[in-house]
Design a protein around this ligand. Structure first.
Ligand SMILES: NC(=O)c1ccc[n+]([C@@H]2O[C@H](COP(=O)([O-])OP(=O)(O)OC[C@H]3O[C@@H](n4cnc5c(N)ncnc54)[C@H](O)[C@@H]3O)[C@@H](O)[C@H]2O)c1
Length: 247
């Protein structure tokens, strides 16, 4: 018996590092998992990697496409219970040097994409009488991380959206929460963090180790399951107390 038996989930950016980790944990707990991602090669690999996972090729920046893909998946799965808003595009630079197109891309994927997914998923969650939405935030909201100004601003906005969603959707039995991992080694994060950057992050983590994809996935299982039945509107940090010490 898994804690998500009979549940249907969609994970955006589900082919990547943290998303795929969450997908594995959800599948282990009995959920049917749809992996929505723009990277078709990575999706094919992820679908082989996660038992029973359904690849959902989609550009989250395209609202109509997101609505179509989510509707079709919920239709063929008999409904939808869980949405994990995890897709992100990473570009780090000092604020004065941030190129306009990179800012646009980060906003389109990380913030607007999360809103389009919410709009696509919510009617299906309401039809089920409730569900869970989990938005991937970051410790970058709480501490200043070098060159991550725009990234942290987007994650701060996502936290604000999380709180607002929790209020707007709570009456439908939908619990909305955010997860804020500390640094987790993934392809996306490694594209903007050097080896020395990872070592520095490790040194600044009181628990003496960085969270893994599996650590984040267990927190995502908690937020999706009945174990968190009255948890709503929070941002749960999975960071080994890094933000308490201060990065
Ligand atoms: N890795 C970390 O250190 C860390 C820390 C805190 C928060 N996070 C957050 O966790 C989430 C996952 O990050 P990750 O480190 O696993 O990154 P990742 O790059 O491994 O995964 C991101 C996924 O999003 C997909 N994606 C990008 N643009 C897309 C689009 N337009 N449409 C659909 N899918 C798209 C990518 O193809 C990729 O599979 C992100 O929201 C990130 O901000 C990561």
């Amino acid at each position: 018996m898994g804690v998500l038996d009979g549940k249907v989930a969609i994970i955006t950016g589900g082919a990547g590092g943290i998303g795929r980790g969450i997908a594995r944990a959800y599948a282990r707990e009995g959920a049917r998992v749809g992996l929505l991602d723009i990277d078709e090669a990575l999706l094919a690999e992820a679908a082989r990697d996660v038992p029973g996972a359904v690849p959902l090729p989609c550009d989250i920046c395209d609202r109509k496409q997101v609505l179509r893909v989510v509707d079709a998946y919920a239709g063929e799965s008999g409904g939808l219970d869980i949405l994990v808003n995890n897709a992100a595009y990473f570009f780090y630079a000092p604020l004065v040097d941030m190129p306009e197109d990179e800012v646009g891309r980060m906003l389109d994927v990380g913030l607007k994409g999360a809103l389009w997914s919410l709009q696509a998923a919510t009617p299906h969650l309401i039809a089920r009488g409730g569900g869970a939405i989990i938005n991937l935030s970051s410790v970058a909201v709480s501490v200043s991380i070098s060159r991550a100004g725009v990234y942290s601003a987007i994650k701060g906005a996502l936290d604000a959206l999380t709180r607002q969603q929790a209020v707007e959707l709570g009456g439908h039995g939908i619990r909305v929460n955010a997860l804020a991992p500390g640094p987790v080694v993934t392809p996306g994060a490694s594209s903007v963090i050097s080896e020395e950057g990872w070592a520095a992050r490790r040194r600044r983590t009181p628990l003496n180790r960085l969270a893994t994809r599996a650590d984040v996935a267990e927190a995502a299982v908690f937020l999706a399951s009945e174990s968190s039945a009255t948890v709503a509107g929070i941002t749960l940090k999975v960071d080994g107390a890094m933000t308490v010490l201060g990065y």
